[in-house]
Design a protein around this ligand. Structure first.
Ligand SMILES: [Cu+2]
Length: 430
């Protein structure tokens, strides 16, 4: 099912039979009521791709014995399905650029000494960066290599609704082991992005996000701003305590699923799904179903990010932005954090040229740009003041690591072609 496979995003998936019956799964009333808990509502059994999985939880995580392999061996699952929903032209009719992407649980280092487990696209934070041209037909084979459910929402892309990646609104969540095939045309142009839409405060805010850049064939902005380098800065925030608690909660949920299955109370791919609001309401009112919100969360804590990142790293681990004298660079800011960030560049004004992927009617000159949650902002910087220049969130509580300044959402615009009279060093103890 492929053509023009892009190697930079390849993570080979075996060809498997197409599943024709993608009906909504039965929801589980009896088992939920039987246990008096709904923790299992957010987890599901895994499927056959599990043998490829290698992310057993350990090192401070609860429930060491609930890795994929044991689960597979105890319960004979069907192989993972490939789900190809309707909504876009057949590959016989248009030529798709094909990308393979998966989600795995991996350890991610934010800073030396700070490592957290995250759900990550292709095991990286942020996820792989897509670069396509406006009008390209894009196929993304998304394989779920975790025990949790996920989807991919294509943020800012105008596509058929069945490709929009919102669980229970446009598709069933992608179950463990399964591969969901997204197909759409890349439009409109500009800085767009993608993220998981299942359990979004945990999945998308932690690491399941990435840039989706749709280029124009002849970029009109290059006339006024002839940029030679193009940078993407994903702005992120993580509450590592919340992530740890939630991950441990998920493992507990899996334990429960194991127990229910061993008693025959839970079938393959059943969970707390309802066909409509009325059915859901009746199940709650009759006591057949105990909704998760009727009980306290395992963590019982608010989400309060303690690490603020640019492309997966906090200062001083952030990567510098290179520039030369006389060079224009384009910087695409994408806010995946759920917080607002006021990104201030020292020593320069820059031109704000686009918002949410769309060009502004008239560029604006500024040096602090307010980057709101979910939005993208493009700016052009001209290299006319050689040196090392801080570029950081001026909400300075976000320029800290675990409450310690300096750190967090801070990087450096670094000129590459001058004789410095002061060379930056590193201190995290102020
Ligand atoms: Cu997810």
């Amino acid at each position: 099912m492929s053509s023009n496979k892009d190697k930079s995003l390849t993570n080979e998936v075996e060809a498997q039979p197409v599943v024709e019956d993608n009906k909504r799964r039965n929801f589980l009333r009896g088992a939920m009521a039987a246990t008096g808990t709904a923790a299992a509502a957010v987890v599901a059994p895994i499927a056959a791709k599990a043998k490829e999985m290698d992310h057993s939880m350990h090192g401070g995580m609860a429930g060491e014995n609930y890795g994929s392999m044991m689960f597979m061996e105890n319960h004979k699952m069907k192989p993972g399905n490939i789900i190809e929903p309707p909504g876009s032209p057949s590959p016989n009719d248009v030529k798709y650029k094909v990308f393979d992407i998966d989600v795995q649980i991996v350890k991610h280092e934010i800073l030396p000494g700070i490592v957290t487990h995250v759900f990550a696209f292709n095991g990286q934070v942020p996820g792989p960066e897509f670069h396509v041209t406006e009008g390209d037909w894009v196929q993304v084979n998304f394989t779920n290599r975790t025990e949790e459910m996920h989807t991919i929402h294509w943020h800012g892309i105008v596509l058929p609704y069945t490709m929009d990646g919102v669980p229970m609104v446009t598709q069933d969540p992608v179950h463990p082991g399964d591969t969901f095939v997204y197909r759409f045309q890349a439009k409109p142009s500009g800085t767009r992005w993608y993220h998981c839409h299942w359990s979004t405060p945990l999945h998308a805010a932690s690491a399941m996000h990435g840039a989706f850049i749709i280029h124009r064939k002849n970029e009109p902005l290059k006339k006024r701003f002839p940029y030679t380098r193009d940078y993407t800065l994903m702005l992120e925030a993580m509450d590592t305590n919340f992530i740890r608690e939630e991950m441990n909660g998920l493992l507990e949920g899996m334990k429960e699923v194991n127990l229910l299955m061993s008693k025959g109370l839970l079938d393959y791919k059943t969970h707390g799904f309802f066909k409509d609001y009325k059915e859901f309401k009746q199940a709650v009112e009759s006591g057949e179903y105990v909704a998760p919100y009727l009980q306290s969360r395992s963590s019982g804590v608010k989400v309060e990010p303690n690490f603020f990142m640019i492309n997966g790293k906090s200062y001083p681990a952030t990567k510098r932005i290179g520039i030369k004298q006389g060079e224009w660079i384009r910087v695409r800011l994408i806010n995946a954090s759920g917080l607002s960030h006021h990104m201030h560049l020292h020593g320069h004004d820059f031109w704000w040229v686009a918002m949410d992927g769309n060009d502004l009617p008239e560029p604006r000159k500024m040096n602090t740009i307010h980057v709101e949650p979910g939005s993208t902002y493009d700016v052009m910087v001209y290299g006319d003041n050689p040196g090392f220049w801080t570029w950081h969130d001026h909400k300075t509580v976000h320029a800290r690591n675990n409450g310690i300044y300096p750190g967090g959402m801070l990087t450096v615009l670094a000129y590459e072609d001058f004789e410095p009279t002061y060379i930056p060093s590193v201190s995290t103890d102020q």
